[in-house]
Design a protein around this ligand. Structure first.
Ligand SMILES: Cc1cc2nc3c(=O)[nH]c(=O)nc-3n(C[C@H](O)[C@H](O)[C@H](O)COP(=O)(O)OP(=O)(O)OC[C@H]3O[C@@H](n4cnc5c(N)ncnc54)[C@H](O)[C@@H]3O)c2cc1C
Length: 396
């Protein structure tokens, strides 16, 4: 028998055989999320995107809760206690449907729930986490301000002591899930440094007007948070952290999910491009038979599966408790940048159809423009890596 006859067949969907790294539980998580997205998101997403809405977001959140996707890698309090790799696989499948759905899950689990789980009091955890894991309460995470994005240390939102209470004032901008949230994790300056607060959104003085006219992440709720003399009891502050380390560690967790998620958007675009190239004929034959098209497809597949391999590597490090923030920056920088490139190349293969919402390609490409900017811009991650490589801080 020749050596090649004992080899497994080449799988165009998994050319490197990365699935061999997954166990039965990983595959079950992936299949559950993939089939949920196929049933509940894919049939509607083009319409939601076109109208710039995410109708039924509360129902979607409850369904995501029922499949264990909210706060998935957290343990206790109704959370699934999944591995980091399983959480990553879920992010990939959700973003293959749409970055807006993955954003809903990332902000809920990796930002709002993670902050409460890691830095909250036992009472705050009991109050919020079980209902957030079930999708009954949606959370948001308010760090960015109109004048302070990449440099959150300069934020102006502040919390002042008034007797036993805290009084919050300020504005947050570009906050995912803001107008539909029941609890907002808000970061504010205090006398002691930056602190996090779990703010029930029905507190007088809190409002969250939705931001419209977006050309990216259109199937995602994005809002401003307005805090006008929002009075909170002493126990609304997250007791476990002071300083920027708090929000930055939440962001590192969410960025990890993006490392995987971006590859989902890229996979969807590559699949659309391969299908199209096999059926679209020009000059009397399928465009997939032209060498220039094949070169594009080959390069897209190489970057896609390198990116998935990188995500796996980081996931295993996270599961082993060995993932450094610089490594997350490495992954986010590479995978989002490559995902956008894959989507743009797919767009060229689809020709004029590439700009139509009949195909997922332009939707993913425009979504990824937000993904490139939020959770630390490309430039911020270059600066993180530049500092790690040289020991020189070039942020200021
Ligand atoms: C759809 C969407 C959803 C979002 N959701 C949330 C959310 O839920 N919660 C939240 O808190 N925020 C959220 N954000 C905000 C996001 O995190 C910020 O947009 C991001 O941090 C960048 O901030 P900025 O837009 O103010 O850009 P700026 O910080 O003003 O940056 C503008 C440009 O200048 C560059 N730049 C800045 N400083 C330097 C430097 N030192 N050296 C080199 N270049 C530099 C940046 O890289 C960028 O290219 C969201 C954003 C979007 C678009």
């Amino acid at each position: 028998m020749s050596a090649s006859s004992t080899l497994p067949p080449f799988d165009p969907a998994d050319p490197l055989g990365i699935d061999d790294l997954l166990d039965a539980e990983d595959l079950a998580v992936r299949d559950t999320v993939r089939s949920w997205a196929a049933d509940r998101v894919l049939p509607h997403i083009a319409g939601w995107y076109e109208s710039g809405e995410l109708p039924g977001i509360r129902e979607l959140a409850r369904e995501l809760g029922s499949i264990g996707a909210l706060g998935m890698s957290l343990s206790g309090y109704g959370c699934a206690g999944a591995s980091a790799v399983q959480y990553g696989l879920a992010c990939l499948e959700l973003e293959a449907a749409d970055s807006g759905i993955r954003s809903l899950v990332s902000v809920q689990g990796s930002l709002a729930m993670y902050a409460i789980h890691r830095f909250g009091s036992e009472e705050q955890k009991q109050r919020w986490l079980p209902r957030m894991a079930a999708g009954e309460v949606i959370g948001c995470f308010g760090l960015t301000e109109p004048d302070h994005g990449s440099d959150p240390a300069s934020m102006r939102t502040h919390a002042k002591r008034d007797g036993g209470d805290w009084v919050l004032n300020g504005r947050k901008m570009w906050i995912t899930n803001g107008s539909v949230a029941g609890v907002a994790v808000v970061w504010a300056q205090t006398e002691d440094g930056i602190r996090g607060f779990a703010v029930p959104t029905d507190t007088p003085g809190f409002s969250a007007p939705e931001i419209k006219h977006k050309w990216s992440l259109r199937a995602s709720v994005t809002s401003e948070l307005v805090l006008d003399d929002v009075r909170l009891p002493a126990d609304a502050v997250l007791p476990g952290v002071t300083g920027l380390r708090g929000p930055l560690s939440c962001l590192s967790h969410a960025r990890y999910g993006i490392v995987w998620g971006a590859m989902g958007a890229a996979r969807s675009c590559l699949e659309a491009a391969v299908d199209y190239a096999k059926s679209r004929e020009q000059f009397g034959r399928p465009i997939g038979g032209f060498q220039l098209t094949q070169a594009k497809l080959a390069d897209m597949a190489v970057e896609l599966h390198k990116g998935i391999l990188l995500a796996h590597h980081l996931g295993r490090r996270m599961d082993a408790g060995r993932l450094r923030p610089e490594q997350v920056s490495f992954g986010k920088l590479n995978n989002v940048r490559e995902a956008i490139e894959i989507c743009r190349t797919a767009r060229t293969i689809l020709g004029a159809n590439g700009i139509s919402l009949e195909y997922p390609v332009m939707r993913h490409a425009t979504n990824l423009e937000s993904v490139l900017t939020y959770e630390g811009t490309v430039e911020m991650h270059q600066l993180v890596l530049g500092k790690a490589l040289t020991g020189l801080d070039a942020f200021r």
